[in-house]
Design a protein around this ligand. Structure first.
Ligand code: COA
Length: 229
């Protein structure tokens, strides 16, 4: 699969915005952010990081600020908390993801939803040696119904859905689920446009959380998973 060397970020934004509807805003940009645009309180999080990481972090903050302005909110600073999660301003929920060449931020008003989680991955194979640590047996079984040549790309979609779920659930519960704590239900095709996350934690004490629905967007060499709710 071609890496995202020439992503049309405007098109990507338009497609994601169409998925989100009018009560959320999205901004996409390259990962080559301008570190000088970071507020001192933001810069603290990457002061000792290598240049690529600093630029990627700055790109995420820049995208988040553009998205907040699109919501009609001021473009304030977004410090990183000790657990690395962004500290969004009061009344705002948001999420940031970067892959090889693209950074995406989605923000929304808390008035409408509890949280949002976004994940961007390159539409590549998920290495087979990682399958058993990331996927539950049902997911591996479902992959086996696909032609051999595309199983690992389908698994990348499962991985991305779990990453988006992590970012969606964490701000609500401060819980860090393991990969085997959820099962992803997704049509066994590379063209799937959505998925359900079924939490498996809590099974033993009957406190099984409700499944949550996510959206999947495939295009320009990327897999993008989105959960808002
Ligand atoms: C935190 C994690 C999900 C980030 O994903 P990633 O693919 O490494 O990187 P991404 O670019 O997609 O996302 C990074 C962004 O996530 C955000 N983030 C980090 N920790 C977060 C958290 N606990 N909650 C919400 N968002 C978080 C940050 O904005 C970060 O970017 P920044 O540091 O530049 O601000 C990942 O590193 C991780 O720890 N995964 C293991 C846990 C997991 O996914 N379990 C699956 C459960 S089903």
């Amino acid at each position: 699969m071609t890496p995202e060397t020439a992503v049309d970020h405007q098109r990507l934004e338009a497609e994601l915005q169409a998925l989100l509807g009018p009560h959320a805003a999205v901004a996409c940009c390259s990962t080559d952010g301008d570190v000088s645009t970071l507020a001192p309180v933001e810069h603290l999080a990457v002061a000792r990081a290598i240049a690529h990481r600093q630029k990627e972090f700055a790109a995420g903050r820049a995208a988040a600020r553009i998205a907040m302005q699109r919501l009609g909110r001021p473009a304030v600073s977004i410090p990183a908390q000790d657990d690395r999660s962004p500290k969004w301003p009061d009344g705002i929920i948001g999420s940031i993801s970067h892959s090889h060449a693209t950074c995406v931020s989605v923000v929304a008003l808390k008035l409408h939803w509890q949280a949002v989680g976004v994940d961007v991955e390159t539409d590549n194979d998920l290495p087979r040696e990682l399958w058993s640590s990331i996927c539950v047996s049902n997911e591996i079984q479902r992959a086996s119904t696909l032609p051999d040549a595309i199983q690992a790309r389908w698994m990348m979609r499962i991985f991305s859905a779990k990453e988006a779920y992590y970012k969606w659930i964490y701000p609500q519960t401060r819980r860090m689920p393991e990969f085997h704590d959820v099962e992803i239900f997704m049509n066994a095709t590379l063209e799937s446009t959505g998925f359900f996350v079924h939490p498996l934690y809590g099974k033993s004490n009957g406190a099984l959380p409700n499944p949550v629905e996510g959206k999947l967007m495939i295009g320009q060499g990327m897999v993008i998973s989105l959960i808002i709710g």
